[in-house]
Design a protein around this ligand. Structure first.
Ligand SMILES: *Cc1c(COP(=O)(O)O)cnc(C)c1O
Length: 241
């Protein structure tokens, strides 16, 4: 089995899924892709050669940070085997969670349309900040995976990372702890904006950045309000640096 997650949800490398699938299939391997970042709205993994997809239903698909759920979809050839494993493991979705995920899915497309635009606006705003060295957002031409993203995806969700200059823990704390609209949490894809430092990065590629790495999730708040909150955050950072 070859297990993919594209883009990687910390460092945002975009994988060449068709090329990987071709090599994997030539050796008889199954290609499994985690499509949580793009969701089925922005990516069609089966058209790229994937055999099985998984999604965290906890994130954009339910969208309201109120349930935990995983989803598997697959080509016909794998259905019986996956169903068999599923039954043997005894995993079973609760009725309340099923209700909530159906409700959430009804607004998935409109939420993602908004979050795509909001995320891009913030990503471009971060690019202009003197504290920021690089923005890792696949829809920005400066992001290393941009060309593959453009070829294989129809949009970008609102999770991306920024690489900043080195700052002390104290300065970073002054910035992040004082934010009013951004929470600090790992489980993205909901209505709330989040910002969280990551170190070390989880990446297969060489990593040379030794400054601060932050992952940003843009929720459904007003974008001007988010920018105002971050502007004050950067002021606190610069003052304590
Ligand atoms: C969060 C996450 C998962 C796991 O999802 P949970 O529903 O929180 O267990 C899987 N893949 C990716 C890319 C994720 O971000």
């Amino acid at each position: 089995m070859v297990y993919l997650e594209s883009p990687g949800s910390l460092t945002f490398e975009v994988q060449d899924i068709p090329a990987i699938a071709k090599v994997a299939h030539a050796s008889g391997a199954v290609v499994v892709a985690d499509n949580t970042w793009a969701t089925p709205i922005f990516s069609r993994p089966y058209e790229l050669g994937v055999d099985v997809t998984i999604h965290s239903g906890t994130k954009y698909i339910s969208g309201h940070s109120d349930l935990l759920m995983g989803l598997i979809t697959c080509k016909d050839a794998y259905y019986k085997r996956i169903l068999h494993a599923f039954k043997n493991m005894g995993v079973c979705l609760g009725p309340d969670d099923t209700y909530l995920v159906h409700r959430g899915m009804r607004t998935l497309a409109v939420r993602l349309k908004h979050q795509q635009e909001a995320g891009l606006r913030l990503a471009k705003w971060f690019e202009k900040r003197p504290e920021v060295v690089k923005v890792l957002h696949p829809a920005l031409p400066s992001c290393p995976g941009h060309d593959i993203w453009k070829r294989d995806f129809t949009g970008a969700s609102s999770l991306f990372s920024i690489l900043m200059k080195p700052y002390s823990r104290k300065a970073l704390g002054a910035m992040l702890d004082g934010l009013e609209l951004f929470g600090m949490g790992y489980s993205w894809g909901g209505f709330e904006s989040l910002i969280i430092p990551f170190n070390p990065p989880r990446t297969a590629a060489a990593w040379t950045h030794d400054g601060v790495c932050l992952r940003v999730h843009v929720g459904l708040e007003d974008v001007d309000d988010l920018i105002a909150d971050l502007e004050k955050g950067f002021e606190r950072l610069d003052k304590s640096a």
